[in-house]
Design a protein around this ligand. Structure first.
Ligand code: CMX
Length: 274
C-alpha cells in the first residue's frame, strides 16, 4: 500500500490556519504525505491542487462560518472533474446542527474542535482503505531475540571475560566462510550471544571494528516464514542487505536489514528449524 496523500485546504476568507497546520503535522507524524494549500483558497483552486497532487483525501478547515457553501462546493467541483473518488472531510468551527447537512452533501466526516488528531488520522486511513478495498495485514510483531551479535578482535581472547566473568557457557564455534567470520555462541539461559571475529579484511566485521572498535554488532530476531517477512519489510520500504534468506551460523536461514533503514541498528532475521 502506497502512502496516503492528503491535501489540507483552507477555503474562503478566514485568516487563521493554526488548527490546519496542527492537523497537517499530526497526519504527517502518522505517516501520511500532506500538502497544505495555504490560506484563502477557492473550491476550484482546492480541487485543482487535489487532482494535481493526486491525493486520496482533502481535509477542509473553515472558521469563517461559510462551511455550508464552501464544503459542498468542493465536493461538486470534484464531481465535475470526475475526481469524486477523493474523500472529503472537514473541520473547524462547525455547529452540530450543520453536520447532517454537510454529510448529506458528500462530506465524509466533520471533526469538531477537540477531536484527538490521532482519531482523525485513523478515520482517514480507514476511509481510504475501504475505498481501495485494501485489507491491511496484521503488523508483524517481533517477539523474540534469537541472539545478540558482538564483534571481537579475537574470540579466544574475549572468551575468558564471557565465561569466567559473565558465567556463560560456550555452546560451539564455527566458521561462516561466506561472511568471512568465525563465530562462537554462548548460552546463559535467557541470554544467547554470538561473538564474531573477522577472518580477514574483507569481513564486514573487520570494517566494523576498524571504524567503531569492538562491541555490540547486531540483534538477531527469531522469526518464522523468513521469506514472507523479507517481502513484507521490502513492501514497507525497508532496505534489506539480503534480498532473500541465506544460510547463517547454526544452520539458520538469515537476512540482514540495513542499519540505515533501522535507526542505526543492524538487525538480522533468523529462522531456525524446529
Ligand atoms: N550496526 C550499526 N550500524 C552499522 C553497522 C552495525 N553493525 N555496520 C555498519 N554500520 C553503519 C556504518 O556506521 C555506516 O553508517 P554511516 O554511513 O552513518 O557512517 C553505514 O552502516 C555503512 O557502513 P560502512 O562501514 O560503509 O560499511 P558497508 O556499507 O560496507 O557495510 C553493512 C555495512 C551493514 C551493509 C555490512 O556491514 C553488512 O552487510 N552487514 C551484514 C552482514 C554481517 O554483518 N555479517 C557478519 C555476521 C555474520 C553472521 O552472523 O552470519
Amino acid at each position: 500500500m502506497k502512502k496516503i496523500r492528503v491535501l489540507v485546504a483552507k477555503p474562503g476568507l478566514d485568516g487563521h490556519d493554526r488548527g490546519a497546520l496542527v492537523i497537517a503535522q499530526a497526519l504527517r507524524d502518522y505517516g501520511m504525505e500532506v500538502i497544505y494549500t495555504g490560506l484563502r483558497q477557492t473550491p476550484e483552486q482546492i480541487v485543482a491542487a487535489a487532482i494535481q497532487e493526486d491525493v486520496d483525501c482533502i481535509g477542509l478547515s473553515c472558521l469563517s462560518g461559510a462551511h455550508n457553501e464552501l464544503f459542498p462546493a468542493v465536493v461538486e467541483r470534484l464531481k465535475e472533474k470526475g475526481a469524486d473518488d477523493i474523500i472529503v472531510v472537514g473541520g473547524g468551527v462547525i455547529p452540530a446542527d450543520d453536520i447532517p447537512f454537510l454529510e448529506s452533501k458528500g462530506i465524509k466526516k466533520i471533526f469538531t474542535p477537540g477531536t484527538p488528531t490521532l482519531e482523525t488520522a485513523k478515520f482517514i486511513e480507514r476511509a481510504v482503505y475501504e475505498r481501495d478495498g485494501y485489507v491491511p495485514s496484521e503488523p508483524f510483531q517481533m517477539k523474540q531475540v534469537a541472539h545478540i551479535g558482538i564483534a571481537v578482535r579475537s574470540i579466544e581472547e574475549s572468551l575468558t571475560f564471557y565465561k569466567k566473568i559473565l558465567g556463560l557457557s560456550l555452546v560451539h564455534t564455527e566458521t561462516v566462510e561466506s561472511q568471512n567470520v568465525k563465530v562462537a555462541f554462548l548460552d546463559g539461559g535467557n541470554l544467547y550471544l554470538e561473538l564474531l571475529e573477522p577472518l580477514n579484511e574483507k569481513s564486514a566485521v573487520f570494517k566494523f571494528i576498524e571504524k567503531r572498535g569492538e562491541g555490540l554488532h547486531h540483534v538477531a530476531l527469531g522469526v518464522t516464514d523468513i521469506e514472507a517477512r523479507i517481502r513484507r519489510l521490502k513492501e514497507e520500504g525497508i532496505q534489506m542487505i539480503d534480498e532473500s534468506a541465506r544460510p547463517g551460523a547454526e544452520g539458520a536461514q538469515v537476512a540482514f536489514l540495513h542499519p540505515k533503514s533501522a535507526h542505526g541498528v543492524l538487525y538480522e532475521l533468523c529462522e531456525k528449524e524446529g
